[in-house]
Design a protein. Sequence first.
Length: 204
Amino acid sequence: MRWWVCVLLLVASMDVRAGEVYLIPENNPKPVYPVALHRAGVTGMVRVSMTVKADGSVSNAVIAQSAHPGLDEASLAAVSQWRFKPWTVTEDQPAQIIVVAPMDYRLDQGQPIHVNKTLERLMCGDIGRAALNIADTSWVDLPVFSWTRSYLTHSLSPTQLPEEKRLALIAKLNKSVPSIVRRCNTYPAGRYVRFLPQEIRALL
């Protein structure tokens, strides 16, 4: 299974001054990007508001900014496991603080810098070899298809590709994956883009 999630944590990636308290993460797992949403191209920013107590525990986690119910759920599941280094309550250090963690679910982690050029040059033989020992139900997770979904999501502006159309094109790509791989196996000297749906090929 291949998935990527970029989490920009205000409180979990480094020591952060919050009032008079430095929050030091001890156990702060990243949320798991739901596979179905990653494949479908669902992205967005989720902000989780939570109370961190002096014993390092987290409570009262709520969604302050929602992106999608599935992404919200993944974010809350991760935050429920978070623990921070305890601190001593003093006149300057409160018994608890409220912090907000933004979690950015993106598809472009690990993609080539010039992904469209990479896709344009990619030969079918490479795809055939990559798919050789993988169940056909997992072909949709091959890097080439992840890169294509990422390109449609992060390399084009909403004016070029509105959200509704972007999601529809990703759904069409996913549905076309078995046909693309099989045609690539038949024509290994061909280029990958040749077998993409025409609407997607035109955007590369």
